[in-house]
Design a binder for this molecule. Structure first.
Ligand code: GDP
Ligand code: IMO
Ligand code: MG
Length: 427
């Protein structure tokens, strides 16, 4: 009964959507367990491109059950738009199930995200302004509104009114902006409830039953290790837990049910938004990665910052998520670079640090220690097997695996489903 957790191993946008879509073929259900529509997962199937934010990438297969777990925060308007977008592209979404325990993003969460960011000025996080942080804040403060509450108009109305009493004071008295009219919010959201009601379920039971039957479950992570609220570059992080342990909490199952964890890691590194990035490049090599890798955010369209592969980070991901294997994505983007650099540690004064530091002040004092490897010029986008890759590419991959201490199961050489090399079948 293999259950596989798939996570992002860097700062997000590693290609999780593509690998999820690939692995979903052999899964019976696919589960999202954290984050919200801050995520943007692009999947290319044939000539069609799909951009998904909330619905698991497994939805592109007609026969897969797709679950939005309790750990996800849901903007119902965005979810409805996504359902309509998929319907227009001919994708059936009847197999979607939404946890009754998932929290709802409210209009005041989105406005709070904006005003909090604006208030930070130069110290801003660079959030996606989708209301993610404020929704998780309310969840932790025990004033959040869950999907099950949204579906009961009486409960929902009471919760909206009590929340707005406090939130409207914040908006008008602290942030000097307008508040919200409770009745208008209730009316708007009641329409969403009616549209989404049919998808509601106790999804923990659904997943449990599938596992008991010995069928395959794939957990699709959003964001990445260094955006984790506990383990990321705090405070430049998201407000959920992208590391693998979150799959248990965000889907409602025990750690003993997880069999494998695959880390999705780009052959280089990118980051969107503010915060430290030791191997960031502001030279020609960086421009090569950005241009060839089309490194623009799927959700906000912002340019992604680019840099060399960082093995301090991949080792950190291997440890904090217990990786059993990894997928190295976007290897094709490196084609044409004469020399490739891999960061193996951070130099701080006379000391070389091998483990990712907690202090941002320490991190700011670190200089990456690089080793160099020769690049390749051959087109690798049609490679079908590891042996088809040029020797320099093989050596590069072997070195990444050695430095990370984790075997490579999958290699990405292009954005299409077919441009995927499989070294180990996970299911
Ligand atoms: P996610 O958030 O982790 O799902 O990643 P995104 O979808 O935001 O960004 C990854 C981008 O790279 C998408 O546009 C993918 O279509 C694309 N992509 C994924 N894997 C590969 C690959 O191996 N090679 C190339 N060239 N593009 C890829
Ligand atoms: P996927 O799933 C890349 C970043 C934002 C910002 C920080 C906090 O596509 O990999 P938030 O809106 O979550 O409060 O923003 O996190 N961020 C992502 N960066 N990929 C993502 O998702 C991201 N989701 C959030 O840019 O720096
Ligand atoms: Mg993305």
């Amino acid at each position: 009964m293999p259950s596989v957790v798939l996570i992002g191993g860097q700062w997000g946008d590693e290609g999780k959507g593509k690998v999820t879509d690939f692995l979903a073929e052999k899964a019976d259900i696919v589960v999202r367990y954290q984050g919200g529509n801050n995520a943007g997962h692009t999947v290319v199937v044939g000539e069609k491109e799909f951009k998904l934010h909330l619905i698991p990438s497994g939805i592109l297969y007609a026969d897969k059950t797709c679950i939005i777990g309790n750990g996800v925060v849901i903007d119902p308007a965005v979810l409805i738009q996504e359902l309509e977008y998929l319907a227009e592209k001919g994708i059936n979404t009847d197999n979607l199930r939404i946890s009754e325990r998932a929290h709802i993003i409210m209009p005041y969460h989105k406005r709070l995200d904006e005003v909090i960011e604006e208030g930070k000025g130069a110290g801003k996080i660079g959030t996606t302004k989708r209301g993610i942080g404020p929704a998780y804040m309310d969840k932790a403060a025990r004033v959040g509104i869950r999907f099950v509450d949204l579906l009961d108009k009486e409960v929902f109305s009471t919760l909206v009114k009590s929340n707005l009493e406090e939130k409207n004071m914040l908006f008008t008295k602290i942030y000097d902006t307008e508040g919200f009219d409770a009745d208008a919010v209730i009316e708007e959201y009641t329409a969403y409830a009616d549209r989404l009601r049919k998808y509601a379920a106790d999804t923990s039971i659904l997943i449990y039953d599938v596992l008991q039957a010995g069928d395959n479950v794939l957990f699709e992570g959003a964001q990445g290790t260094l955006l984790d609220l506990d383990h990321g570059t705090y405070p430049y992080v998201t407000s959920s837990h992208p590391i693998a342990g979150a799959a248990c909490i965000g889907a409602g199952l025990g750690p003993t049910e997880i069999n494998k964890v695959i880390g999705i890691i780009k052959a280089y590194t990118t980051r969107v938004g503010e915060g430290p990035f030791p191997t960031e490049l502001e030279n020609e090599a960086g421009q090569h990665l950005a241009a060839k890798g089309h490194e623009f955010g799927t959700t906000t369209g912002r340019p992604r910052r680019c840099g060399w592969f960082d093995a301090v980070i991949s080792r950190y991901t291997a440890r904090t998520s217990g990786l059993t294997s990894m997928a190295i994505t976007k290897l094709d983007v490196l084609t044409g670079l004469d020399t490739l650099r891999i960061c193996t540690g951070y130099k701080r004064g006379n000391e070389v640090i091998r483990d990712f530091p907690a202090s941002l002040k320490v991190l700011a004092e670190c200089e990456p220690v690089y080793e160099e490897m020769p690049g390749w010029t051959e087109d690798i986008t049609n490679a079908a097997r590891f042996d088809d890759l040029p020797e320099a590419a093989q050596n590069y991959l072997n070195r990444l695996s050695q430095l990370t201490g984790v075997p490579i199961a999958i290699i990405g050489v292009g954005s299409r489903r077919s441009q995927t090399l499989i070294l180990d079948n996970l299911f």
